[in-house]
Ligand binder design. Structure first.
Ligand code: ADP
Ligand code: MG
Ligand code: MG
Ligand code: MG
Ligand code: MG
Ligand code: MG
Length: 669
């Protein structure tokens, strides 16, 4: 995906008239995908990552750091200007738009194949950062004491507070898309798709989105989020905060608080659909564990949170469910009759209770023809669209089996929240537009990515069946991001290679519980997760394990069951990954795995813990959980030094420990 095409997005009242059309046609498109691409086989393990960056203005004159919403045309230029396009092509990188106007997503141009050269992933990430930096740093001004930097921060700490955005007077007009008390619409990507999506989610829900995140409790932390203020621009939205904000919580009320955060995603191609289903199922319980390990978001809206990750902030930020669907009371019952929000009266009889937001943990194992799956493992409450289910099971095009049909029938309980007037009519046999409309707005920890109808078995140019891993918080340095991406690559290779001997299944409800546990502050050190007792038996039994055990246990740990066997099978080691340290050609791989291992054991801090420690010990910190402009400024400068592996204050040593930092400082890519 490069830039988005122009078009006319429909507002909710228009869009809702086409919801059923999009669903019906989307399912027909999917059936043709199965008909054409169902028999593909032997696709290579291509893979790639997506990294999201924030453009930040560092104002040295005022000791402040802000999200940069002024220079988003850098992204347009990277996709349109011939010399920039050539630069990207030569370096095998691509830049994509994201929700935030201050955000840039970047991927490799063509995917990686296997682990041919283990440092290439990091090298490619470094090229992306260099190109974005080179474009943005042109606006640096010594006279104005300002610099522009590209950082891979999971959440911008002061998003939604005073002076967090680099335009004057963002509040001299109303923010009609989000109606937020805190985020002006100028944080939203200028492409009209994004403000419309924001407004449509709010309108369907019948009230603003509502996110209450536990506030970190310090000696002088106020009992309420004191940044809430009275306003009367929008009735009734401006009356909601008083009703729905919870004591002891950070209150957020806009899509931007979630979709304005960044993450690291990886997509892996499986040889065929059966293996793709097995890979998906195998990664289901890695999601909460790696979310916990990658924690990098301890601050929201200028407050220290009592959690370290972004995930539930995004879940809440795009939760389009009506109060009735959520089984909750409306914020203001007199304005949200029967709790049905913006659902058209004629559609209300079809509503059902929906336990989770469209952004949430995976719902169902995909199952398939593997010897370990048992349908009873899908024990969580997952509503389905019965019309869709029936059509997928009974049709003349390509009937699906029950478990796969149920997966899609669940995704298709949602309404489309983004429809372009120009794309209402689509072909069933050549377009996947309507299918992707719902597929790509079901944001789960994993995404099962079918190909298009072009992907007939003989057309190896078209991508095949892929699985995307989406929970990871983005890390500050290319080294860490490459470490996570490569670590998971090895897990994927192990799953695909040893699929007859690795039973990944546990009860789905346990995975949902793990997702909650991953949200506890410092869960990486302090909590226990449901984890398989054994991977080589029929049993789905789990026990509660710390992250340290999950990675390092000799009997059921990730290193002993996935990493060592695959490294040995690929002839990189004899028995143990630590042998890589003395390897001539795979030394860097050792350090990637060492980073993961030391974070998992607690020897090294997570990014979130490191940042929290910095804030709590800052001279401007007043024991009130507030992250002031000055603290934020210093935190951003610290993040920049870490990004650049600048050890002038010994911070690289503190962050990575002696062993890794020594290697890194001497072996920059
Ligand atoms: P999305 O935003 O829909 O997840 P992107 O295009 O941003 O998709 O990213 C997809 C990722 O998948 C990129 O890193 C890309 O390099 C990678 N990729 C592309 N083709 C394949 C393929 N055939 N198999 C696996 N990964 C692929
Ligand atoms: Mg992408
Ligand atoms: Mg993205
Ligand atoms: Mg995002
Ligand atoms: Mg993606
Ligand atoms: Mg995307």
């Amino acid at each position: 995906m490069g830039l988005l095409a122009a078009g006319t997005p429909l507002c909710w009242d228009e869009a809702r008239r086409y919801s059923e059309h999009i669903r019906t046609e989307g399912i027909e498109q999917l059936l043709y995908v199965f008909q054409k691409a169902g028999k593909r086989d032997n696709d290579p393990l291509y893979w790639g990552d997506e990294l999201e960056y924030m453009m930040v203005e560092v104002d040295n004159g005022n000791s402040n750091a802000m999200v940069d919403v002024v220079h988003d045309y850098v992204l347009t230029e990277l996709n349109t200007d011939p010399s920039s396009k050539l630069l990207c092509k030569e370096h095998n990188v691509e830049f994509h738009p994201e929700y935030g106007r201050y955000m840039i997503e970047a991927t490799p141009g063509v995917p990686y194949h296997g682990l041919a050269d283990e440092s290439y992933v990091e090298y490619n990430m470094a090229q992306r950062r260099k190109i974005a930096d080179y474009k943005l740093s042109k606006f640096n001004s010594a006279e104005k004491h300002t610099r522009y930097v590209v950082l891979s921060l999971t959440s911008f700490p002061r998003l939604g507070t005073d002076n967090f955005i680099n335009i004057p007077n963002p509040w001299n007009h109303k923010n009609s898309a989000s109606r937020s008390l805190f985020l002006p619409d100028e944080i939203i990507n200028r492409h009209v798709r994004f403000p419309t999506l924001t407004a449509n989610i709010r309108t369907r829900r019948g009230e603003k989105v509502c996110i209450n995140i536990p506030m970190y409790k310090d000696e002088k932390t106020p009992k309420h989020d004191t940044s809430i203020y009275p306003r009367d621009w929008f009735v009734p939205e401006d009356m909601e905060a008083a009703e729905v904000s919870k004591p002891g919580h950070i209150y957020m009320d806009a899509m931007g608080f979630g979709m304005g955060s960044s993450c690291l995603q990886m997509t892996y191609q499986a040889p065929n659909i059966e293996k793709a289903r097995f890979l998906y199922d195998s990664l289901v319980n890695f999601a909460p564990v790696l979310l916990s390990l990658s924690a990098a978001a301890p601050v929201f809206k200028g407050w220290l949170a009592d959690q370290d990750v972004r995930w539930n902030v995004i879940s809440g930020a795009v939760d389009c469910r009506t109060p009735w669907e959520r089984s909750e009371e409306p914020a203001l019952p007199q304005y949200n009759i029967a709790g049905c929000g913006g659902v058209a009266p004629r559609d209300r009889k079809h509503l059902q209770r929906i336990p989770k937001s469209r952004y949430s943990a995976v719902d169902l194992f995909l199952g398939g023809h593997n010897k370990f799956f048992n349908r009873t493992y899908n024990d969580a409450n997952v509503p389905v669209n019965t019309t869709v289910l029936k059509r997928l099971l009974e049709n003349d095009i390509a009937p699906l089996d029950y478990d796969l049909a149920k997966h899609f029938a669940h995704l298709f309980i949602r309404d489309s929240v983004s429809i372009f007037e120009e794309s209402i009519n689509q072909d069933r046999e050549t377009s996947t537009n309507h299918f992707e409309n719902l597929q790509s707005t079901n944001w789960q920890t994993l995404r099962f990515k079918p190909p298009t109808q072009k992907a007939v078995p003989s057309n190896k140019k078209a991508p095949g069946w892929r699985v995307e891993f989406r929970p990871l918080e983005v890390q500050l340095t290319d080294f860490e991001n490459a470490a996570f991406a490569t670590f998971l690559y090895l897990v994927v290779d192990a799953v695909l290679t040893f699929s007859d001997n690795l039973n990944p299944y546990l009860m789905m409800s346990k995975v949902w519980e793990n997702m909650h546990i991953a949200h506890n502050r410092d869960s990486v050190r302090g909590d226990k997760f449901h984890w398989k007792k054994k991977f080589n038996t029929e049993s789905p039994d789990t026990s509660l394990c710390s992250i340290d055990e999950i990675f390092h246990s000799a009997s059921n740990g990730i290193f002993s069951n996935f990493i060592n066997p695959i490294l040995s099978y690929r002839n990189l080691i004899d028995k143990d990954w630590q042998e890589l340290k003395t390897s001539v050609t795979h030394k860097r791989l050792y350090y990637y795995l060492a980073l993961i291992s030391k974070r998992a054991s607690g020897e090294l801090p997570s990014t979130a813990r490191y940042m929290r420690h910095f804030i709590l010990n800052h001279s401007d910190y007043k024991q009130d959980s507030r992250v002031s402009e000055l603290i934020n400024y210093d935190l951003i400068l610290l993040a920049e030094r870490i990004t650049n592996l600048d050890n002038s204050n010994d911070e690289i040593t503190g962050f990575f420990g002696q062993e890794i930092s020594e290697y890194l400082l001497q072996n920059r890519l």
